[in-house]
Design a binder for this molecule. Structure first.
Ligand SMILES: NC(=O)c1ccc[n+]([C@@H]2O[C@H](COP(=O)([O-])OP(=O)(O)OC[C@H]3O[C@@H](n4cnc5c(N)ncnc54)[C@H](OP(=O)(O)O)[C@@H]3O)[C@@H](O)[C@H]2O)c1
Length: 341
């Protein structure tokens, strides 16, 4: 007998990652799915063996049979759903970025607090073993005082490659490189290095519905300066790489592959070594969508939080912090000046 019944809204990432991530926890049963039409939801629900299918998210959120609503829809739609779910007393697992702007994410946070429900946001890089090990190395002080860091994340996304008409390329719907990629980065950079204090930023190309390129520098309160360069229109781009240089050593997290979550290796060198040593190789990974693994770790903590009445990180407080940072980067691009974060 499961402890919690879950409804998933969205059959893209929702179908590929949320459903298996909740199914990986024996305390949960995925009982309902929702898409834009009942027919589409029914087709996927039948294929996955999920009993209920809805063509209107309002119906799913109001269902008395559900304890948890898990949301994977375009970010502009997410706040309305999360607020309604919280008001209906459901615990909410939602996607990043939490919403399209600070005001709406503040309203989400207020709604979940008022309802006293558990909430989590799927910033999943911190759930990947190589990233967890990197944090241990940084927290141990093994690199000494950190001098500077560099983040380079460049790939070409499907919507850009195929010139698709998609919310993923419209900032107003929560798309664009800042929302899709840099939201992850802002969360994991503060998780690794503590609070960021000031940013400068340039977005490109100008005049598009949303940026595909984000170049920024971030000064952290610790004194660390990080240069960030992220692009979602980089054909054969080098992947995702974070370099950290300290007085006593260097750390590199590197994923040259196309998969978002699989393929990270961790390299570290401490003086007097004259070369980086591989501390953690990627994998092995189970068959299927590799993003399920980190999402399932976060889901497990979320379910623990619900059953034991504890809060979970990352949650909508972190989602709101990231939203404020995203806004600050947009302002910095607009004004050309440094913005306090
Ligand atoms: N954490 C991560 O690493 C990660 C990775 C990828 C995506 N995401 C996030 O996941 C979310 C969804 O992304 P995606 O890639 O799955 O996008 P997608 O492929 O465009 O799918 C969006 C889904 O939302 C559904 N939807 C849209 N409007 C709806 C409505 N009014 N009522 C019910 N369902 C509605 C769509 O239904 P139809 O199928 O019927 O059109 C579709 O299934 C986004 O927030 C994205 O940022 C996170």
């Amino acid at each position: 007998m499961p402890s919690l019944y879950v409804g998933v809204i969205g059959i893209g990432f929702g179908q590929q990652v949320h459903v298996p991530a909740f199914r990986a926890d024996g305390r949960c049963q995925v009982r309902a799915l929702c898409a834009r039409t009942a027919e589409r939801a029914r087709a996927i629900a039948d294929r996955l063996g999920v009993p209920e299918a809805h063509g209107a998210w309002q119906e799913l959120v109001a269902s008395p049979h559900l304890d948890v609503v898990s949301v994977a829809v375009p970010p502009a739609l997410q706040p309305e759903i999360v607020i309604a779910a919280a008001r209906a007393g459901k615990h909410v697992f939602c996607e990043k970025p939490a919403g399209p702007d600070v005001g709406r994410v503040e309203a989400m946070l207020e709604a979940v607090r008022r309802a006293g429900v558990c909430h989590a946001v799927d910033f999943l890089f911190g759930e990947i073993p190589a990233w967890q090990r990197a944090k241990e190395v940084l927290d141990s002080g093994a690199l000494g005082r950190l001098r500077h860091a560099h983040l380079n994340w460049r790939k070409e996304i499907y919507a850009v490659r195929h010139r698709k008409v998609s919310w993923k390329l419209r900032q107003a719907d929560g798309g664009g490189t800042l929302n899709s990629f840099v939201s992850h980065s802002l969360y994991y950079l503060e998780w690794l290095f503590g609070p960021a204090a000031e940013a400068r930023c340039r977005l490109g190309p100008g005049g598009a519905e949303s940026e595909t390129q984000v170049d920024a520098w971030l000064d952290f309160t610790s004194g660390l300066r990080l240069i960030l360069s992220v692009a979602s229109d980089a054909y054969l781009g080098p992947g995702h790489r974070l370099e950290v240089y300290g007085d006593d050593g260097t750390l590199v997290l590197d994923n040259p592959g196309h998969d978002h979550a699989a393929g990270f290796r961790l390299l570290v060198a401490r003086r007097p070594a004259d070369a980086l040593q591989t501390v953690l190789q990627p994998g092995p990974f189970p068959a299927g969508d590799v993003r399920v693994l980190p999402a399932a770790r976060l889901v497990r903590r979320f379910v623990d939080g619900i059953l034991h009445g504890a809060s979970v990180a990352p949650n909508l407080e972190h989602g709101l912090r990231v939203q404020r940072l995203l806004d600050a980067l947009r302002r910095a691009d607009h004004t050309g000046r440094g913005e306090t974060l």
